[in-house]
Design a binder for this molecule. Structure first.
Ligand code: PMV
Length: 308
C-alpha cells in the first residue's frame, strides 16, 4: 500500500524571539521532539482549519488537488507552548504531500509554504519556526524583509560541560498571534524605548550564540538571564512564569521562556539550565508543572518512510 511518513522537529528559541518579528536575529534550535505526518490512500477528513490552510498553500503553489489521501498526524511536541508545534506540523505535512505527489525534495520550498500556512494562522510570523523545523540544528535566522529571510546553520552543539537542560511546561492560555499583537502594542506605546529594547535583545542573542560557540558557561548563564529579563520587559511573561523563574534563579540556576510566552496564566515551556536537574524537577512538581527533556540540535524535515 502506498504510504508516506515525514517528520519535522519542534524547536526552542534560545534567544531573540519576538524581536525576530521586527527584523532582529534569533537563535533557534531544533529539538529531538518531532511531529509526524502519515499519508495513506483513503478519504480526506476536513475537520482541522489549520491542516486545511496548509493543504491550500500546497495546492495553490503546485496547482494540484489533494484528494483520496488520509492524513494522520502524531506529535511529541507540546502544543501552544513555544515549541513551534504548528510550524513543525506544516513542515511535516507539506514534506509528506510533496513526496506523495512525486515532487522533488526541496527543503526551501517546504519552509516557504509552511511560512505561508503559519501566516494564515497568526498574522505576522517571522518565519523562524518553519525555517528551523525544515533545516534542523542551531539556526541563526533573520527576516530582513518579507521577501528576504537570511539563515545560517551554525555548526555547533550544546556543550557537554554546560548545565543540563530541563523543560518545564507552565502552560499558556493565549495563542502566538495574540502575544505577537501584544508586543506590537508595547512598541506603539513608546517606539524609541522599544527600539533600544530590540538592540539589547540583539546583543543578548549574539552573546548566547558566542557563549555556546566558545563553550563559556559563565557568559551563557548571564546571556540567558539577560534574554529572559528583556522578554519580561516586552510584557509577555506572566506573573506565574516570572515567579517560577525567580525561584529557579534563587536556586542558583538560570531559566527563560521560549517563543511567544504567555501573559495570563503560564508562559509556555520554560528552559531551565541546571547542574542539579533533580531540584528543578522537585520545584516544578511542587508547582504542578510537567517536566520533560529534549536533546538540542535535532534533524530537520525527514522522510521516515515512502512506499510507492
Ligand atoms: O510560541 P511559538 O512557538 O509560536 O513561537 C513564536 C515565536 C515568535 O518570535 C514570538 C513569533 C515568530 O513568528 O517568530
Amino acid at each position: 500500500m502506498k504510504k508516506v511518513i515525514v517528520s519535522a522537529p519542534g524547536k526552542l528559541h534560545l534567544a531573540g524571539e519576538h524581536a525576530v518579528v521586527y527584523g532582529k536575529p534569533a537563535l533557534v534550535v531544533a529539538t529531538s521532539l518531532r511531529v509526524y505526518a502519515e499519508l495513506t490512500p483513503g478519504a480526506r477528513v476536513k475537520d482541522d482549519p489549520y491542516v486545511e490552510a496548509i493543504i491550500e498553500a500546497f495546492e495553490h503553489k503546485h496547482r494540484v488537488t489533494v484528494e483520496n489521501v488520509a492524513i494522520r498526524v502524531s506529535s511529541g511536541v507540546p502544543v501552544g507552548a513555544g515549541m513551534g508545534s504548528s510550524a513543525a506540523l506544516a513542515v511535516a505535512l507539506i514534506g509528506a504531500l510533496s513526496v506523495w505527489h512525486g515532487f522533488p525534495w526541496q527543503p526551501q520550498v517546504i519552509a516557504d509554504l509552511s511560512y505561508l500556512a503559519e501566516k494564515s494562522k497568526h498574522g505576522n510570523p517571522s518565519g523562524s519556526d518553519p525555517a528551523v523545523a525544515t533545516h534542523g540544528g542551531f539556526l541563526w535566522y533573520r527576516k530582513e524583509m518579507e521577501f528576504l529571510k537570511t539563515l545560517w546553520l551554525l555548526p555547533m552543539k550544546y556543550p557537554k560541560s554546560f548545565p543540563r537542560l530541563t523543560l518545564v511546561n507552565t502552560g499558556r492560555s493565549e495563542d502566538t498571534g495574540a502575544l505577537v499583537s501584544h508586543v506590537a502594542r508595547v512598541r506603539v506605546r513608546d517606539e524609541e524605548r522599544f527600539r533600544l529594547l530590540l538592540d539589547d535583545v540583539e546583543s543578548a542573542t549574539r552573546s548566547v550564540a558566542a557563549a555556546i560557540h566558545d563553550e563559556n558557561e559563565k557568559a551563557f548563564r548571564s546571556a540567558i538571564r539577560e534574554s529572559e529579563r528583556l522578554l519580561e520587559t516586552m510584557e509577555i511573561v506572566s506573573y506565574a512564569g516570572r515567579s517560577f523563574i525567580r525561584q529557579v534563579e534563587a536556586l542558583g540556576d538560570v531559566a527563560k521562556i521560549s517563543g511567544a510566552g504567555g501573559r495570563k496564566t503560564g508562559s509556555g515551556v520554560v528552559l531551565v539550565f541546571s547542574d542539579a536537574p533533580g531540584r528543578v524537577a522537585a520545584l516544578a512538581k511542587r508547582l504542578g508543572h510537567i517536566t520533560f527533556e529534549a536533546v538540542l540540535g535535532g534533524e530537520g524535515v525527514k522522510i521516515e518512510q515512502a512506499v510507492a
